[in-house]
Design a protein around this ligand. Structure first.
Ligand SMILES: [Ca+2]
Length: 385
């Protein structure tokens, strides 16, 4: 599987080069010759065999177990990132064990319930932070989608009856993780670190006799995080700066591998407004499109920060990214992040060049515009569907 993925990314990159050459060369014979040479290059370049990879990642017979940790409602990329996870689940590549909300705003959970239901996964459990950070206090797209109406009636609804009594995220984590095989869970965090820090601090309970650190150490293979900034300007990044002490704790004490997709990476790849406007006309009302349209005035392209952490967690590196190498990430008291290389480190952060950015952008569009396989696309208002 990894070998063929490597071939695929190589083909993606070379097709991109051929397209660029064809744009500036009007001679079809020259374009044909270049294409043939590139084909030989693809074949020769793949004779080396598979990359060295962690053997745990090569077993693709079972779906990857994932928990999604999100501040849904602050920026629209969380909604696009969750769409990608449903699409991976449709292909049996992913089992979404739980969705945990670190934004202290109940509309986040209502919106996720809408999506779970609409995409055909109404039983994915949702956990809610208690006394957490809300991040953005103005009206958010999650609330706007919940309040969206047709002829005075709600357009979308989920299946949960009591949003005020959803499980505390920490309890849900301990319940879900305790049931998983060892080193099987990939945790994707695309918001504040509040829940993750509290999970590390959690005590043995009815679900597990392990401490939080030991439970994570036993069950979680990878923490794929959208956070921080490693550019020379050391700009403070939203997910970190909103809850600095929790981010510090996670980067200091998390017992397994952490891979960070920083601000500058997702900022290089924007999801195009033209896709939102044109690629979802097969359905009358799409909740992610409604959310997108209510986040900022249309049309707008938006950076793909959270999408990159989802993509890495599932697809791994495989030539889509370059990395910092292994080391240690630290967060200072002002919220700036820094990286120091260490051979025995467990942290790394991702980088991309312009060609990888183009490939990733096309991948995101391909995944997100794929029609869901399991959803019930009837909207709540029966007279309109
Ligand atoms: Ca986010």
């Amino acid at each position: 599987m990894i070998y063929y993925t490597r071939i695929k990314i190589r083909i993606d990159l070379i097709l991109l080069k051929i397209k660029k050459y064809a744009r500036v060369c009007n001679n079809p014979i020259h374009v044909g010759l270049v294409s043939m040479i590139c084909a030989m290059f693809i074949i020769s370049g793949c004779k080396d065999g598979p990359d060295k990879v962690d053997s745990a990642y090569t077993n693709d017979s079972q779906p990857i177990k994932v928990v999604f940790e999100t501040d849904m409602g602050n920026d629209i990329d969380d909604a696009l990132a969750l769409d990608m996870l449903y699409k991976y689940a449709d292909r049996n590549m992913v089992e979404i064990l739980a969705i945990s909300v670190n934004k202290d705003n109940n509309y986040a959970c209502r919106f996720i319930d809408i999506l779970n239901t609409w995409y055909g996964y109404p039983n994915i459990p949702i956990g809610q932070v208690r006394n957490g950070i809300s991040g953005v206090h103005k009206r958010n797209f999650a609330q706007a989608t919940w309040e969206h109406q047709i002829d005075g009636r709600p357009t979308f609804r989920g299946v949960i009856e009591d949003y005020e009594n959803l499980p505390n995220s920490i309890e849900l984590y301990r319940k879900v993780l305790s049931k998983q095989p060892d080193s099987s869970v990939r945790l994707i965090s695309v918001g504040f670190s509040t829940n993750l820090a509290r999970l590390l601090d959690s005590k043995p309970d009815k679900y597990s006799s392990l401490s939080g650190v030991d439970l994570v150490s036993r069950k979680v293979r990878l923490l794929s995080v959208m956070a921080g900034n490693f550019n020379e300007n050391h700009m403070k990044e939203f997910n970190v700066v909103e809850d600095i002490s929790s981010a510090q704790k996670v980067f200091d004490e998390w017992p397994t591998q952490i891979v960070v997709s920083p601000w500058e990476l997702g900022n290089e790849i924007t999801y195009p407004a033209s896709s939102i406007q044109n690629d979802f006309k097969w359905v009358v009302h799409h909740p992610v499109v409604v959310a997108y349209e209510n986040y900022l005035p249309m049309p707008y392209n938006r950076p793909t920060w959270d999408l990159t952490s989802v993509f890495y967690a599932i697809e791994q590196n495989n030539g889509y990214f370059t990395t910092s190498g292994m080391g240690k990430i630290t967060v200072n008291d002002k919220g700036n992040t820094s990286f120091s290389a260490r051979a025995n480190g467990t942290h790394q952060y991702l980088k991309i060049n312009s060609e990888q950015a183009e490939v990733l952008k096309n991948k995101f569009i391909e995944i997100i515009t794929t029609k869901p396989l399991k959803g019930n696309f009837k909207i709540n208002h029966s007279s309109v569907n």
